[in-house]
Design a protein around this ligand. Structure first.
Ligand code: S3P
Length: 442
């Protein structure tokens, strides 16, 4: 597929039916490789997402001195040497904000020098939110091109613990500080006024680190003591709720559909979208609830539903920050207004996701109002018949393709190759359910 290619979703004539498995969770996949690389001994991972973002992290962990082997589909082994060493080449994190920020935090605790870089999208994303607190701990950074951006050079080692009070609910910032804190002197404390996903805290414990988490107001106070060694372990990565959202969304909007996604992680800091859909009137059922890899997991079935617009509570944003693009596509088929506010963070993801969704939905005939920190979608007939820019953002591409499955006319997306960063089998899965997504022009 070339950089100027397109993918087109055509309106589904019949309905979507079937049972599928979501790809491995992206957040947990990054963490399992990074923690395995920092640990002493062997970490066996099953269910790893083999998307481009994760493969970049696997290469980075290897460059920092660990042995990384692919044993089979989703089965990987990381043999850590109990710390990172200076890599020979630039650490290229590709498109992955999580990869680069967590790796910087992990690497900052060791006496090494490393250059971090990424693709054109990653080079536009803010890095001071992580380098700032890491510098407070004693790490040094050189901006190699522009301030606040990769490429940058990190000089790590000799850190001291800090107490850091988050101003945005960001698991990436929290995780970077905690990983650095493992190799800092004294205590490292992160206070989050609002809870963000807690995979780092959970998984650190699985790697035998002591992490103390207490509730504080609406959020958490997380504490760990420096000088702790991680020990290799076994990690079972459950299905990614952010990816499961796409086939489930398609089932909600295509008449007559019923789709089940098995093995979806149901960590309460990740399920805001499902709560919102249920408030909109979605026929969504969760069965076979179980615990796997230290996380709640279940099978989710979505059936075509008559949906109503809702006001999404702003304090739910952190638990569904990656899901507003697909929520807005579904909202286009709901009766009335869906109000999404308090989501300024969306503008600094892989793209300015508010601007891109507003432009794409409008081009498809959907009524959208843009605000500085949010947007409002009014449902109605979705005309489609447009080719939409994605700014190389996987979730913008998948959201518009799902939109196109129920529109009056086909919807095409530009530069869809980035879908492989998080959901390599997306097109085959959607077509296997009865969708019609292909690379022919509309
Ligand atoms: C992630 C945290 C979120 C999310 C990203 C993955 C993580 O970012 O958008 O896709 O794995 O920690 P922020 O924590 O910066 O909001």
């Amino acid at each position: 597929m070339t950089a100027s290619s397109t993918l087109t979703a055509r309106p589904v004539v019949a309905s979507l039916k079937g049972v599928v498995r979501a790809p491995g969770d992206k957040s947990m996949s990054h963490r399992s490789l990074i923690f395995g690389g920092m640990a002493e001994g062997v970490t066996e991972i099953e269910g790893l997402l083999e998307g481009d973002d994760i493969l970049a992290t696997a290469r980075a962990v290897e460059a920092f001195g660990a042995k990384v082997e692919r044993l089979g589909e989703g089965r990987w082994r990381v043999t850590g040497q109990g710390g990172f060493t200076t890599p020979e080449a630039v650490i290229d994190c590709g498109n992955a904000g999580t990869g680069v920020r967590l790796l910087m935090g992990a690497a900052a605790g060791y006496e090494l020098t490393a250059v971090f870089d990424g693709d054109a999208s990653l080079r536009k994303r803010p890095m001071k939110r992580v380098t700032g607190p890491l510098a407070d701990m004693g790490a040094r950074f050189d901006w190699n091109a522009a301030e606040d951006r990769v490429p940058l050079t990190l000089h790590g080692g000799n850190l001291g613990g800090v107490e850091y009070v988050q101003t945005v609910a960001s698991a990436q910032i929290k995780s970077a500080i905690l990983l650095a804190g493992l190799n800092a002197t004294g205590e490292t404390v992160v206070v989050e006024p609002e809870k963000s996903r807690d995979h780092t805290e959970r998984m650190l414990r699985a790697f035998c680190a002591a992490v103390d988490v207490t509730e504080e107001g609406e959020g958490w106070r997380i504490r760990l003591t420096g000088g702790q060694k991680l020990s290799g372990t076994h990690v079972a990565v459950p299905g990614d709720p952010s990816s499961a959202a796409f086939p489930l969304a398609a089932a909600l909007i295509v008449p007559g559909s019923e789709v089940t996604v098995e093995g979806v992680m149901l960590n309460p800091q990740r399920t805001g979208l499902f709560d919102t859909w249920i408030e909109m009137g979605a026929d969504l059922t969760i069965t076979n609830r179980r615990v796997s890899g230290g996380e709640d997991v279940g099978d989710i079935t979505a059936r075509h539903s008559a949906l109503k617009g809702v006001v999404v509570p702003e304090d739910r944003a952190a638990s569904m920050i990656d899901e507003y693009p697909i929520l807005s596509a579904v909202a286009a088929y709901a009766e009335g207004r869906t109000v999404m506010r308090g989501i300024g963070e969306m503008r600094v993801k892989e793209s300015d996701r508010i601007a891109l969704m507003v432009a794409g939905l409008s081009a498809c005939g959907v009524a959208v109002e843009e605000e500085a920190e949010g947007f409002i979608v009014t449902g109605g007939p979705v005309k489609g018949g447009a080719t939409v820019a994605t700014a190389h953002d996987h979730r913008i591409a998948m959201s518009h393709l799902v939109l196109g499955l129920a529109a009056e006319q086909p919807v095409s997306v530009l530069d869809p190759e980035m879908i492989a960063t998080s959901f390599p089998g997306f097109v085959d899965m959607m077509n296997g359910l009865g969708g019609d997504i292909g690379s022919d022009a509309a």
